[in-house]
Design a protein. Structure first.
Length: 70
């Protein structure tokens, strides 16, 4: 893992990733365990609903414009 970091850190930094270095395994573990899966699923569901509603509203508006022209 350390060798991978040494080899690829420059590439990641050039893409503005890992400017302060590659996160250590314990850090990744803490982040992973700090995420509540059920809450994340609920938030993603709400987000998807908003996107679908927004897309449907746009589609409905375009459909109305086309029917008004006919």
């Amino acid at each position: 893992m350390i060798e991978f970091g040494r080899h690829n850190l420059g590439k990641f930094q050039s893409m503005n990733m890992h400017r302060n270095g590659v996160p250590l395994e314990p850090t990744l573990y803490r982040v992973e365990n700090g995420i509540d899966s059920m809450e994340l699923a609920w938030q993603m569901t709400e987000f998807a609903k908003r996107i679908v509603y927004s897309l449907f509203s746009v589609w409905k508006g375009r459909r109305k414009k086309l029917s008004d022209k006919a």
